[in-house]
Design a binder for this molecule. Structure first.
Ligand code: GAL
Length: 535
């Protein structure tokens, strides 16, 4: 078997698979669309990641999006290619309109139902076409994991209106919005005091929350806000305790599209950690959100207490994502310990509800006024993004987007990595093999019948990682595509092996596309007793 691995590895190399630490490829795309702010000094050396800047049009992001009839719907078609792009759609559900210059679809869908909308994006190099299913109905939010940016990992409690607007503008300028990152989330630190009427007032750094929401919506971006069920948040700002209805109404009046509901200081109230006590605050906020007339994605952030993944989908709670861990840090120990323990949780992720292993710690982070580059090496960042995409994790950026370097841009804009994360089947990866040498193989099935497979090396030495068909449920000969490099590698029998640097990863898709069958996947229903599992 060892010989076979070596042969497969050599075969892969001879087919042109560059070793990870090979010099970066020159970018050759003609007419690159204006890309990023790239401070030359901050550029790390990095392995071979595709540039993702081809001039031809490409439609990115999910192939399905949900909305509640008669509620505000905003969808910015994520598309890349040399500007100017123009957008056209056929078969929009009644109540929606498209802005052909910006690609933003808005309005209120009138009736329930699933509508296949054909999108065409054009520029002088050609056209791209894709079908987006717009599903209008009750509880149809987060049909794929939310993607966006959150202020916490970069600005901590120094967040301000100005920083949020700068992040939104950078999301557009860097091409990230065109890849599908669309929620812009204000985390802890926006709160002031409650007025005499009990209504929460933002602090002086947020002069007008409604105007901020409008600013985001005008760009086709969505607005996220944060609170905590106790009297105080983790940052010692005022929480929503006993004010949930007032607060939910206020957020809706600002145009909020996403609420992160934390836990801090509630433990002083829920002294018993019974399931009922742990669930209570999330049910209270759910009821408050239901009284508003907005679609608000509900992000539960209590670090996985009481195996939250087993009850977060309960009808009384209906979380759309739930943190499975404490706060992530920008260290290998933190990212690997969190990411690699999610295999038993895969069962709980699926359309409408996602395990949330916390935000991405790539790029310039800081948790306060000062930023610094992430402490993760380039290979560790590739592992981070590879694993999060395989886990069908929410992709929330936590970095200063105004300092995005070329490495980070490539890492975050690979449309094939994003397509894996956003795959509409919504089936999260599980570990298929783990060897004593620290190598692991994880895989998730995709809606088009292919398999997305991660080859990981958790060890300190360069290793050959082998994905054996027998571990993947495959037989016969299969095409393999390298996702980070965005090129076909060849067709392989029985296994695919590749050299992987320490703490690094390769991401491949295996198999040929089959005609798309509308995916029907069962996720555990809260009414059924669930197996109790720990990560
Ligand atoms: C933590 C949470 C962080 C951040 C912080 C704000 O509980 O996990 O993501 O929101 O609170 O104080």
């Amino acid at each position: 078997m060892r010989q076979l691995c070596v042969i497969a590895g050599l075969l892969w190399l001879s087919l042109g698979g560059a070793p990870w630490l090979a010099a970066q490829r020159a970018q050759a795309a003609p007419d690159r669309p204006p890309a990023t702010d790239i401070p030359a000094a901050a550029e790390p050396s990095y392995p071979d990641l595709a540039a993702n800047d081809e001039p031809t049009p490409r439609i990115n992001g999910p192939r399905v999006v949900g909305t509640t009839p008669r509620r505000e719907f905003i969808y910015r078609i994520p598309a890349t290619g040399a500007p100017p792009l123009t957008y056209a759609v056929t078969n929009l559900p009644a109540g929606l309109t498209l802005d052909a210059a910006t690609g933003v679809i808005r309005g209120k869908v009138e009736k329930e139902g699933a509508t296949p909308v054909v999108i065409t994006v054009r520029n002088r190099y050609g056209a791209a076409r894709a079908t987006l299913r717009i599903i209008a109905g009750k509880n149809k939010l987060a049909l794929t994991p939310p993607m966006g940016w959150n202020s916490w990992n970069v600005w901590g409690t120094t967040v301000s209106d100005e920083k949020i607007r700068a992040a939104a503008e950078a999301l557009e300028r860097t091409g990230l919005a065109a890849c599908g990152y669309r929620y812009v989330c204000v985390d802890d630190g926006w709160q002031g005091r409650r007025g005499p009427d009990g209504v929460m007032q933002p602090n002086e750094r947020f002069p007008d929350m409604k105007a901020l929401g409008d600013f985001l919506h005008a760009r086709g971006l969505l607005f996220g806000i944060y609170t905590s069920p106790g009297p105080f948040t983790c940052g010692r700002y005022v929480g929503s305790w006993r004010r949930e209805e007032d607060d939910a109404r206020l957020y809706a009046s600002w145009g909020a599209d996403y609420l992160k509901h934390d836990w801090c200081s509630y433990e002083g109230i829920a002294r018993q950690k019974t399931p009922a006590a742990l669930q209570q605050p999330y049910a209270v906020m759910r009821a408050a959100l239901d009284k508003t007339d907005r679609d608000i994605v509900y992000a539960i952030c209590q670090y996985g207490l009481g195996e939250v993944w087993t009850w977060a989908r309960d009808p009384a709670i209906r979380g759309n994502l739930w943190r499975t861990t404490g706060d992530i840090e920008d260290t290998w120990a933190s990212v690997s310990e969190i990411g690699f323990r999610h295999s038993p949780l895969a069962l709980f992720a699926g359309p409408g509800g996602w395990n949330d292993p916390d935000m991405l710690v790539v790029g310039a982070v800081g948790w306060g006024a000062q930023t610094r580059p992430t402490r993760l090496t380039p290979d560790e960042q590739i592992t981070h993004m590879t694993l999060w995409a395989l886990l069908a994790a929410p992709l929330m950026l936590g970095c200063d987007l105004t300092q995005l370097n070329e490495f980070t841009r490539r890492l975050l804009t690979n449309p094939e990595v994003i397509a894996i994360d956003q795959d509409e089947l919504g089936e999260a990866a599980t570990r298929r093999d783990a060897a004593a040498d620290g190598t692991e193989v994880w895989a998730r099935p995709l809606a088009d019948g292919r398999l997305a497979v991660g080859l990981f090396n958790r060890s300190e030495d360069r290793q050959t990682v082998t994905a054996k068909w027998s571990d993947l449920g495959l037989t016969g000969r299969h095409a393999v595509r390298d996702v980070w490099q965005r090129r076909d590698v060849g067709a392989f029998d029985r296994l695919f092996a590749a050299l992987v640097p320490p703490h690094g990863a390769r991401l491949v898709v295996i198999g040929g596309r089959r005609p798309a069958v509308p995916p029907r996947r069962k996720v555990p229903s809260p009414s059924q007793p669930l197996p109790s599992q720990s990560p």
